[in-house]
Write a protein that binds this ligand. Structure first.
Ligand code: SF4
Length: 378
């Protein structure tokens, strides 16, 4: 006799926070409740919850680093380069990649790049040469190009003011900024943008503006376990006040040759697992815990309470960790084991339901959500 698990047991046993369910018989595939990309179903209201397996999500993205020039000097970074040839991705290259990404079925473009590059001598001349006054002006136009190409923008430009966030919200489905840590650490000594107070202020502003937001911890950069706990408490507090944190990345530091931290010890899988568990305990249930599947032993860590594998690209590399290729999307299915792998958009269903997006991208959200559902149903 098969005993039906209670909803509570499922919640506790598989660390799930929210299940997605189409809520209709047509929504079921092979006994699983099918994820609806546009809406959520709370475990207490879904009549089919006991039939569900744990769901792990990911987003199919294109990663475009508009510039590698940055005002900061983080002790672990190899992404940053001086002003010079190749430090600025040209508009033609951006558009070509957007089109390729659309053809490959991607739904998101991640614009991540160096912070405030205009503070570096020589950069202003380069950005003016392509017709812009600042990297943010350029990024704003590229967000529009992305929408026109059929991909939802997600911008992480480092520190932005309230007014800059307000300007970017209408052309972004979600935005992000890693908190990294609330601790004052030597690795950030020469990085004004890594001042925890400045980062928390920006995350707070994103909350006031109702921007679905991604943040996270970088572990192993000189912080203590108690700092990780404090960082998670800060994120949880922001989410309780504004309700805008959709996911928290638990990212492990990977030492890079030629950086001041090249010989620093790396966090082992146990330590990462412990942090994932801590995140599960501290964060509100509707905040997903994410790991990048290319940086650690994802198969092992999934059992620690991971909900999401983040953006995975069939087109572009991880420019921040180029020595760690992303797994093929087919490989993700193996990594999640017994769990069900589901694709999602870069705006989580609860924020679509709440209408936390600009009309500029409403049609695209619905189109891409439909595309994912069709793909998963095929
Ligand atoms: S802010 Fe990012 S790009 Fe800039 S130095 Fe630090 S890690 Fe590198």
């Amino acid at each position: 006799m098969v005993k039906k698990a209670s909803k509570q047991a499922i919640l506790e046993g598989i660390h799930a926070r929210i299940f997605w369910c189409a809520g209709s018989p047509q929504g079921f595939i092979a006994g699983h409740c099918r994820k609806a990309v546009l809406r959520t179903v709370d475990v207490d209201t879904c009549p089919h919850i006991s039939m569900q397996h744990r769901v792990i999500t990911f987003s199919r993205n294109v990663f475009l680093p508009l510039t590698t020039v940055c005002r900061n000097r983080c002790g672990y970074c190899i992404f940053r380069t001086p002003v010079g040839e190749g430090c600025l991705m040209q508009p033609g290259e951006v558009v070509t990649n957007l089109r390729r990404g659309e053809v490959l079925g991607c739904t998101e473009v991640l614009f991540t790049f160096g912070e405030r590059p205009e503070e570096e001598p020589g950069f202003q001349r380069m950005i003016r040469a392509i017709g812009y006054e600042s990297i943010l002006d350029y990024c704003y136009d590229m967000c529009w190009e992305s929408i026109r190409a059929g991909l939802l923008p997600h911008t992480n430009a480092g520190i932005m003011t309230y007014e800059e966030l307000e300007r970017f919200k209408p052309v972004n489905a979600s935005m992000g900024l890693m908190l990294e840590t609330t601790a004052d650490i030597p690795a950030h000594r020469n990085s004004p943008g890594k001042d925890p107070a400045v980062r928390i202020e920006m995350m707070e502003n994103a909350g006031k503006l109702k921007i679905p937001f991604t943040t996270g911890l970088l572990i192993g950069i000189g912080e203590r376990t108690s700092d990780r706990e404090e960082s998670l408490e800060v994120i949880a507090g922001l989410h309780r006040r504004y309700g805008h944190i959709q996911e928290v990345i638990i990212q492990n530091f990977c030492p890079k040759e030629g950086t001041p931290m090249e010989g620093a010890p790396v966090p082992d899988s146990e330590e990462i697992c412990e942090t994932i568990r801590m995140a599960g305990e501290i964060l509100p249930r509707d905040v997903a815990v994410q790991i990048p599947p290319n940086l650690a032993d994802a198969r092992m860590l999934i059992g620690c309470g991971v909900d999401d594998l983040g953006g995975v690209s069939p087109l572009t590399i991880d420019y921040v960790n180029p020595e760690h290729p992303w797994p093929q999307i087919a490989r993700l299915k193996e990594l999640v084991g017994d769990a069900v792998l589901r694709e999602r958009l870069c705006i989580y269903p609860q924020y679509i339901e709440k209408g936390w997006y600009h009309p500029n991208i409403e049609g695209l959200i619905r189109h891409l959500a439909h595309m994912i559902e069709e793909r998963e149903g095929s």
